[in-house]
Design a protein around this ligand. Structure first.
Ligand SMILES: *[C@@H]1O[C@H](CO)[C@@H](O)[C@H](O)[C@H]1NC(C)=O
Ligand SMILES: *[C@@H]1O[C@H](CO)[C@@H](O)[C@H](O)[C@H]1NC(C)=O
Ligand SMILES: *[C@@H]1O[C@H](CO)[C@@H](O)[C@H](O)[C@H]1NC(C)=O
Ligand SMILES: *[C@@H]1O[C@H](CO)[C@@H](O)[C@H](O)[C@H]1NC(C)=O
Ligand SMILES: *[C@@H]1O[C@H](CO)[C@@H](O)[C@H](O)[C@H]1NC(C)=O
Ligand SMILES: *[C@@H]1O[C@H](CO)[C@@H](O)[C@H](O)[C@H]1NC(C)=O
Ligand SMILES: *[C@@H]1O[C@H](CO)[C@@H](O)[C@H](O)[C@H]1NC(C)=O
Ligand SMILES: *[C@@H]1O[C@H](CO)[C@@H](O)[C@H](O)[C@H]1NC(C)=O
Ligand SMILES: *[C@@H]1O[C@H](CO)[C@@H](O)[C@H](O)[C@H]1NC(C)=O
Length: 304
């Protein structure tokens, strides 16, 4: 089954959908004073924010805007990137976004009828290698991604991918999902700040029996949000985006907590601690001390 985002909503003025800073169920505020803490259904905790003086810096700006072409029409875009945010996690310093699916289609003569090369770019954030997989679905499918790693001391370009073949839908064994028969997957390296997906074929789909499979698909996806099955081909025909996970952090030092604690703009407030992100990119995150909970980035955000 392909799990994807259920985008339902009702038409309401923006002002009604952006409530003033409310609170968590237990009373601790998530946003700065006088700042909205949501955009439609999405909860927006500081350091993210929807207005000036509500976010830490422009990298944490959520442009909550109306987009008539979408449902619901109130859409949280990440800054001016055009990327839609579907979840924000403070604890794990993650941002779930919606990501385009790459598609490569052919007719029965072997002429290419559709091909896109989606890409996205997320600096200063990085693409989570722990939560995402690169997956391709197809019967004559060469799926490649290219990405750029931007660790301060290790900047490198990566090119990788996987190949999936089959001569008919009947030959696919769905239990052994990522065998390369109908579907394949691969991990991505850590610390990537952008990703381009390219699809191509070996035989222009001319060796495939049946017409259900005239398209190939490839995408980066949060691993738990996609499971290959006998309905994947059909479902992917109408899915254009799937969720993927980004990592965010404060600061860009390679040894951030040590340095940041001495800075005036240190982000971790009362009753919280600074945590270095081992094996991620640069930067640190804040966590409430044991026995406290709330938003460690707000003064008195961690409540006992
Ligand atoms: C999202 O909003 C819709 C209506 O706008 C509501 O029915 C749904 O319960 C909301 N979902 C969450 C998770 O808040
Ligand atoms: C938010 O997005 C809308 C629509 O793309 C754009 O018109 C507006 O200028 C953006 N706002 C800011 C503050 O960037
Ligand atoms: C958002 O993320 C949190 C924690 O990471 C999770 O508990 C929650 O279910 C997610 N919400 C949605 C709508 O996926
Ligand atoms: C489609 O393929 C046929 C045979 O390969 C070729 O003759 C024709 O020009 C192609 N049409 C287009 C629109 O590319
Ligand atoms: C990815 O980042 C690298 C380094 O900044 C850049 O050269 C490349 O053009 C970027 N690619 C995309 C698709 O943004
Ligand atoms: C696939 O299509 C391309 C462009 O139409 C053509 O150049 C190539 O020879 C075809 N390959 C096969 C194996 O049919
Ligand atoms: C796939 O093939 C079917 C039947 O040949 C055709 O109706 C459909 O438009 C094709 N899809 C794409 C995206 O080319
Ligand atoms: C897909 O698999 C399920 C069980 O795994 C089966 O019940 C169903 O009939 C299959 N559907 C098709 C179209 O093969
Ligand atoms: C915003 O903060 C992040 C994390 O501290 C940093 O990496 C980024 O460079 C800052 N962006 C701007 C535009 O200052």
């Amino acid at each position: 089954m392909v799990l994807h985002y259920c985008l339902i909503g009702v038409l309401m003025p923006l002002s009604l959908l952006i409530a003033q800073a409310t609170a968590t169920t237990d009373g601790a505020p998530l946003a700065r004073p006088n700042c909205p803490d949501n955009c439609g259904n999405l909860t927006i905790p500081y350091p993210f924010g929807v207005r000036e003086n509500c976010y830490l810096n422009s990298s944490f700006f959520i442009n909550c805007t109306r987009d008539e072409s979408r449902e619901p029409q109130i859409v949280p875009y990440w800054g001016n990137s055009g990327i839609i945010v579907s979840n924000i996690s403070l604890e794990e310093a993650e941002l779930q976004i919606l990501q385009f699916v790459a598609k490569d289609c052919y007719n029965q003569l072997g002429n290419q009828t559709y091909n896109n090369n989606p890409w996205f770019s997320v600096p200063p954030f990085t693409i989570s290698h722990a939560k995402n997989k690169f997956i391709a679905v197809g019967c004559d499918t060469i799926a490649i991604f290219q990405g750029y790693r931007a660790f301060p001391n290790d900047q490198e370009s990566y090119l990788a991918g996987c190949m999936s073949l089959c001569d008919s839908l009947d030959s696919i064994e769905y239990e052994d999902s990522y065998s390369g028969i109908g579907c394949c997957q691969t991990n991505i390296p850590s610390g990537l700040q952008n990703l381009t997906v390219t699809l191509s074929s070996t035989y222009n789909h001319t060796k495939i029996v049946g017409d259900l499979t005239n398209c190939s698909y490839a995408f980066l996806v949060e691993e738990t949000q996609f499971k290959f099955s006998n309905s994947s081909f059909q479902q992917l025909e109408s899915i254009t985006e799937l969720p993927a996970v980004l990592n965010w952090a404060i600061g860009d030092d390679p040894d951030p907590c040590n340095t940041a604690q001495k800075r005036k703009d240190f982000a971790c407030k009362a009753n919280s601690k600074c945590v270095n992100l081992v094996g991620r990119s640069a930067g640190y995150i804040c966590q409430c001390l044991q026995g406290y909970h709330g938003n460690p980035y707000l003064p008195d955000g961690c409540e006992g």
